[in-house]
Design a binder for this molecule. Structure first.
Ligand code: ZN
Length: 336
């Protein structure tokens, strides 16, 4: 009988799932189904089971051959329980999702958040010998994760480590105020670099006379749509889009300097939708610029070999399957 390990990545709209075998090879192809998270966790459990069966059937395998499951959710969680706010149905919060799903399916389950999951996925897709790997993903929020040298996921004592979006940065809005973050506090880096921050910034900029002739200033489209289109404008070198993304990248890099000082990861991987854009090389230069402003020189270049970068920055390579893949590897590590 074969031994498989499943990675199940629960997102706001879909569940992405993948199997690896005991050697760590991906078995079959990724399966994606709707997540139904707003209908409560039982509805999602049914989808997770369906995804698992869709992975196993083409391999001629059954659920009894699954030795462990890694499950990730888009919210901070601790020992299988979501803590704090989550953009899911109410019954997800405070319930031991990990244990309930494990009992239902009869397989051991490990649960963590999506940032941690994607960090492991990115690690697994790179050559071994990566020292540590710090992962950050600007998106609706700013997720993150840290993989130790050797491949272990660092989750902290309560599974709550690497909530990187909520470290504070000393930047002020033009009115002299700190921006309010989705978490309720002020001045978090997430409040500068997320998609929500992008919309806020765009609204402020478009109200200025200097952009009065800009196509987006003259458009009646909702700000969500304008913010989405801003990427196309950045790809064309548009001045407004460049100014906004440059500031976001700079502030992300500035915050990364503090995280690098704590973790000394050697490699920082940036995920999220920006990894797919045509201006990502410029964005990464802006991140490096912010980083170099704040980081001590030794975190930038070795004093012994100035050609050697001490901290490298790379884009994510796993796309939206990195989290599922990462959780399959976590399951193999824990239950193999
Ligand atoms: Zn915050």
């Amino acid at each position: 009988m074969a031994r498989y390990f499943a990675g199940l990545d629960v997102g706001g709209t879909t569940v992405k799932s993948v199997l690896v075998d005991e050697t760590g090879e991906v078995a079959g192809s990724m399966v994606e189904v709707r997540s139904h998270v707003k209908e409560g966790y039982e509805a999602t459990f049914a989808q997770l089971e369906s995804a698992l069966d869709q992975l196993l059937v083409p391999l001629g395998a059954s659920r009894s051959e699954v030795r462990g499951i890694g499950l990730d959710v888009p919210a901070p969680s601790s020992h299988g329980v979501i803590w704090g706010k989550a953009n899911l149905a109410e019954d997800w919060v405070g319930t031991n999702i990990r244990d309930r799903f494990s009992e239902r399916i009869g397989v051991p389950v490990h649960m963590t958040n999506d940032g941690n999951a994607a960090a492991v996925g990115e690690y697994s897709l790179r050559h071994k010998g990566v020292g540590g790997l710090l992962f950050v993903a600007p998106g609706t929020g700013l997720g993150g994760g840290f993989v130790l040298p050797g491949g272990g996921l660092y989750e902290g004592a309560n599974g709550l480590a690497l909530e990187v979006g909520h470290i504070s940065v000393p930047f002020l809005e033009e009115d002299g105020e700190l921006p309010t973050c989705a978490c309720g506090w002020k001045g978090c880096v997430e409040a500068w670099v997320s998609l929500v921050a992008l919309r806020r910034r765009l609204r402020v900029e478009l109200a200025k006379s200097k952009w009065a002739d800009h196509e987006l200033a003259q458009s009646e489209a909702p700000v969500e749509e304008k913010a989405f289109r801003l990427r196309e404008f950045a790809e064309k070198g548009d001045a407004l889009a460049t100014e906004i993304f440059q500031r976001q990248g700079h502030i992300l890099g500035y915050a990364l300097a503090d995280l690098v000082r704590v973790f000394d990861p050697g490699l920082v991987v940036i995920g999220g939708g920006l990894a797919e854009t045509g201006f990502r090389d410029r964005y990464l230069d802006w991140v490096r610029g912010g980083f170099q402003e704040r980081a001590w020189p030794m975190y930038v270049h070795s004093p012994i070999d100035p050609e050697k970068a001490t901290t490298r920055f790379e884009w994510a390579v796993g796309g939206d399957s990195a989290a599922a893949l990462g959780m399959a590897f976590v399951a193999r590590e824990l239950f193999g």
